[in-house]
Design a protein around this ligand. Structure first.
Ligand SMILES: [Zn+2]
Length: 431
């Protein structure tokens, strides 16, 4: 029997007795509001739940302030965020010193529940048909529960790995923050490899995309002229033409050089309109021509792309479009990035020892070779992989509804994720 098969069997045996505890931790985390709404975030409430769980296994976590990141001078610090009182959590099991070190990274913040209709409360943690529902269930409290349970399982079995194993829960990942992960790398550790249990539906993702959101806001109307004999100029119709310009970029980006990781994606570098805003269709607003109108456009970038160069090209095309439009020539719309600098993608080679180790471990646990793919979203991975040179991949549970109502995770997939992470840790760090 080769070692990855052996470790996979052991991992399943060691995770099985923790099943009830893992589900209980996940449920408690989902029932704890850890919403981040810039500039603030309520992650510390969740870190406290996690810390208590770890202590019940005899693991004493390091729960530390992240506010120092604001004055670190790192180019990825978001100056619009307030980190005071927002804490990261780090747990470690020290190895014998004869193996490679490994980090599991997950984020504690969630997006808000939104205004859509939920079947149950967003904080219910209710279980139906093997699915656990609630905001943050799949994004990514299930991943957190899985990764920390690996340390608990090792502790329970009294196993010491060769290399150090770390698991961290960070703040400020949503809204392109990255501040929690940045604080975590500056604080340490800086291990030999990293895995992130974001939603991947039990596939191994070796690459992520970059992203930028840009608000394009036009002003045209003059409120004082309304109900006078003068014509009120509405920016809304002009913004309709602006959508046509966005659509030209949807088409252009569809033909971007897709590279290796996104080879099989239908739309490798999507351009999406997230918001069209002009007025509200309800009686809380009196009938009048809107004074401002705008769109929020979301560009994603491939791992190999020069993101600032692509954005400069988009900007030049926007300026050109505005110069030729009869309304925008007079009323130049604002170009307002939601976050700056933009997120980058990342890519780990399939031949890299960490990729191979992880895929073999996952195959051993799942019984089948997992699909090796890339994520359809950006995340913190590039910060760890590119800014700090730590080879990073993603593998996480199955579920749906992230950033939408009725978000859920499939509980069986959380246990699979835990076992895969444990098997990979034994294989990578040495056991
Ligand atoms: Zn996430």
């Amino acid at each position: 029997m080769n070692s990855s098969i052996f470790h996979a069997r052991k991992a399943k045996d060691f995770i099985a007795p923790l099943e009830a505890d893992i589900v209980r931790l996940l449920s408690e985390l989902v029932r704890t509001d850890t919403v981040a709404a810039p500039p603030n975030g309520n992650e510390t409430a969740g870190q406290n739940v996690l810390a208590e769980f770890l202590r019940s296994y005899g693991i004493v976590p390091d729960v530390y302030e992240t506010a120092f990141v604001s004055s670190s001078g790192h180019p990825y610090v978001r100056p619009d965020r307030d980190y005071r009182g927002r804490k990261n959590l780090l747990a470690a099991t020290r190895g014998s010193g004869r193996g490679r070190s490994l980090l599991f990274n997950g984020h504690m913040d969630t997006v808000p529940p939104g205004h859509g209709a939920w079947t149950d409360s967003p904080w219910s943690g209710v279980v139906r048909d093997g699915r656990l529902f609630g905001r943050g269930s799949i994004d990514m409290k299930a991943g957190l529960a899985a990764q920390f349970s690996v340390l608990c399982a090792l502790r329970k079995q009294g196993i010491r790995l060769g290399g150090d194993l770390y698991a961290e829960s960070v703040v400020d990942e949503e809204w392109a923050g990255g501040g929690g992960t940045l604080a975590a790398r500056l604080h340490g550790p800086r291990p030999d490899a990293c895995a992130i249990p974001e939603i991947t539906n039990r596939e191994v993702a070796l690459a992520t995309r970059g992203g930028a959101m840009i608000d394009l806001v036009a002003e045209g109307g003059d409120a004082k002229r309304y109900f006078s004999n003068e014509e009120v100029v509405s920016p809304a119709i002009a913004v309709g033409r602006l959508l046509g310009w966005v659509d030209s970029w949807v088409e252009r980006r569809r033909h971007a050089d897709r590279g290796e990781a996104y080879r099989d994606f239908q739309d490798p570098a999507p351009v999406q309109v997230l918001v069209i805003e002009a007025h509200r269709m309800d009686y809380s607003e009196p009938a009048h021509v809107p004074l401002t109108a705008g769109v929020r456009v979301y560009f994603q970038f491939l791992p190999h792309e020069d993101v600032p160069a692509v954005l400069a090209e988009v900007r030049a095309s926007f300026d050109d479009f505005c110069g030729r439009d009869p309304f925008f020539r007079e009323h130049r719309p604002l170009w307002r990035p939601l976050f700056n600098p933009p997120l980058l993608g990342h890519e780990l080679a399939p031949e890299h020892p960490w990729s191979q180790c992880f895929v073999n471990s996952a195959a051993g646990v799942l019984g089948d070779r997992p699909k090796v793919t890339a994520t359809p979203y950006p995340c913190d991975a590039f910060l760890i992989h590119r800014e700090f040179g730590i080879p990073t991949l993603l593998f996480g549970p199955s579920g749906a509804g992230a950033h939408n109502p009725d978000e859920y995770v499939e509980i069986a997939s959380v246990l699979d994720t835990a076992a895969v992470y444990l098997a990979a840790a034994m294989e990578w760090c040495g056991a």
